[in-house]
Structures are given as C-alpha cells and as structure tokens.
Design a protein around this ligand. Sequence first.
Ligand code: FAD
Length: 397
Amino acid sequence: MEKFDAIIIGAGAAGMFCAAMAGQAGSRVLLIDNGKKPGRKILMSGGGRCNFTNLYTEPAAYLSQNPHFCKSALARYTQWDFIGMVDKHGIAWHEKTLGQLFCDDSAQQIVDMLVAECEKGKVTTRLRSEVLGIERDEQGFTLQLNGDSVQTSRLVIASGGLSMPGLGATPFGYKVAEQFGLKVLPTRAGLVPFTLHKPLLEQLQVLSGVSVPSVISAENGVSFRESLLFTHRGLSGPAVLQLSSYWEPGEYVSVNLLPDTDLEAFLNEQRNDHPNQSLKNTLAMQLPKRLVECLQQLEQIPDVTLKQLNVRQQEELIEKLQNWRVQPNGTEGYRTAEVTLGGVDTNELSSRTMEAKKVPGLYFIGEVMDVTGWLGGYNFQWAWSSAWACAEALRCE
Ligand code: FAD
C-alpha cells in the first residue's frame, strides 16, 4: 500500500494551495479530487476572472458561530501574502470595486499558478478519484480508493461546501467529520439570490435586468450598500447576495432604493421650481425609468404633478422608496449559491492548525468548515489562509 506524509481530499482552492505549500516544505503529498479538472470553482469565479482576494480582508467580513476562529489564520497568511504570490507569477490584476481584486485576463491563470506550485512541491495528483472509505488505526488513516488503497498519518479534508453540485460539490467533508464524531452545524445556501412570492414576482417581471444602487437591510440590522438587480426569479445583485447570508426564512428585508438622496428635500425643491412637472418624470431623474413606470402602473407612485402631491402622499412615497419592505419567498438554494453557510463546527478544530482537537492527524480547511466570507474575494482568502495554516502545521510535525 502506498504511503504519503499527507493526503488532501479536494483539489479546489484550499486543497491545491495546502498541497503546494506542504509539498514545498518537503512532505510527500497526495491530492485527490472526484472531478476531471482541479480548481473548477476557481475557473467559474468572478465571471471567469476570479476575484482572488480582497484588500480589506478582516475577520468582521466572515460569518461563523465562533467569530474569533478565523483571526489567527487570516493574520498569519494575509491578502498581501497571496498578492505577492500572484505577482511572483506575473499575473496582472486590478481592483474592481470595494477592494475586490480580479485577474486582468482569466481565472485560468490562478489555477495554472496553483498547478505550478503543486508541481514545484512534487505533489501527486489523482483526479476522477472517489474515496470509498476511511479507516483509522495506530498507523494513521487508510483510504480505500476506486482501485487501490493509500495510507497517511495526516489527512486533510478540503472538499468544500454544497453550493453548485454541478461543479463537484458533495457532502463528503461533513460525512467524514461525523464519522470521527465531530459536530457539523446545519448548512444553508449563502451569497444567493432571493426568490419572491408569486403575486409580487409577477408584478415585478417587467423589471428583469434593471439594476439600482441601494442599501438593503436584514431584520437583525445588518445592511449592505451595493447594487440590487431585479431578475425573472426575484432579486439578485451584490447587495442581495450579501444580505442573503444574514437572512432567515420568513423574515422581511428593507430596501432603500435612493440611499444617497434626501427625497423630501429633493421633492420640495423640484415642486418650488417646477410645480407642473409630473411626479413620474421627477422620480425618473433619480431612478431608472422602467422602475418608475412599473411602480406607477402598480399604483405605488401616484399619477400626479408635483403641486398635486399632498403631504400624506409624499410621506407614503418616501416610505415606499426608502424603506421598501419585502418578504422573500426563499432563495435559489445551492444550485446558484456561491457558498455554504455552516459546516464543520470550528469549536472542534484548532484555529492555529485546523486540526481536529479530538482526532490528531485529521484537518479541515476552506469552505467545509463553519467560516463563510462576504462576497468580494473573502472566501478565496479564507481558503488560502486556512490552507496555509494547515500546511505550516504539517511542516512542523
Ligand atoms: P472548493 O473550491 O469547492 O473545492 C472543493 C473540491 O473538492 C472540489 O474540487 C470538488 O470537486 C472536490 N470534492 C468534493 N467532494 C469530493 C469527494 N467526495 N471526493 C473527492 N473530491 C471531492 N469566492 C471568492 O472569494 N471570489 C469569487 O470570485 C468567487 N466566485 C465564485 C463563483 C461561483 C460560481 C461559486 C460557486 C463560488 C465562488 N466563490 C468565490 C466561492 C469560492 O469558490 C469558494 O469559497 C472556494 O472555492 C472554497 O474553496 P474550497 O477549496 O474550500 O472548496
């Protein structure tokens, strides 16, 4: 039976990076994946350009039942460290918005970089490989693969979450955690569009494709200022994806469609200057025309001139546009979610090494554990940072 110093299951962002770092530190590493290509999510990410990190990475941008868990790894392998590696490989990048860094050319460059780093570390990679069973004894872990068995004293689970099953996502990591008696927190889709109840969805169908800068808030007070996109299924866009990670089924969200406008002052000023101007045309100065027309057809915006708009109507209008309360029907689920919230309970793991406290030699890195970042490169940074912390631990032993 072939023996390795470390076996890593999952050739995604975290698994490839960990394999490369551990291999370069001298470990004999086997990297296993069920897919025919490594880094499939990386290739799909950031619209094909991979938003590989965020300049403003900080622990506050991560959701976890233990918000302190991510601090150590993020501080030890930072966004600047990863940018340094990207620069070393001559990959050109740019900041798109809000500190989000993307490749100028293609996400393939990040995968190529990781493959090159794995080659440098002499990592053995087995693709299209299923792990049929894991047994543990005093020698370590024996993995039954399709065809043969392999052995290691250090097993790293980097199999990711449940989002996008079409890209190879499986509950494998959660099952391994449960097999070894580790707690797995309930999972749900994050960074995912909202679906709407039928009557409202039908009313808003015509707005599909309209995008509005907005501030959207959850019932717990968390809010995001970014674009909201109307879709044929409901609501999407960065603001909605961000908020979805904080939303619980049944809750309302509040949308401010004019976050940068003192609407009362604007309407009063316009009324003074152009009393006979229609309310519709006045609002179209601040909002997309299609949105204003749709809201007027739905009788949410009165068909009046500014001088006809009475105080009560104006107050109601301001409330509707700046505190629009919507109750999502649900989310589009794992099919389109970018991440999975929940997962292996971080209380079971060392925040320094990612090793299971109860099972020496078993490690979890990346999205499989209960650490989920905001939209904008934070999830890849967690993959790099947690993988690096684990690789350091593999080196020390
Ligand atoms: P993954 O990258 O998901 O890798 C897990 C690997 O394990 C996969 O290769 C999978 O095939 C393999 N695997 C699973 N089960 C098994 C099994 N049973 N046996 C063997 N192998 C298995 N984050 C950002 O920061 N920036 C972005 O721009 C961004 N864009 C995204 C776009 C999309 C469409 C999606 C879905 C996600 C995006 N994310 C982005 C999130 C990011 O991709 C993940 O957080 C990140 O890939 C997690 O890394 P990971 O290594 O933990 O898991």
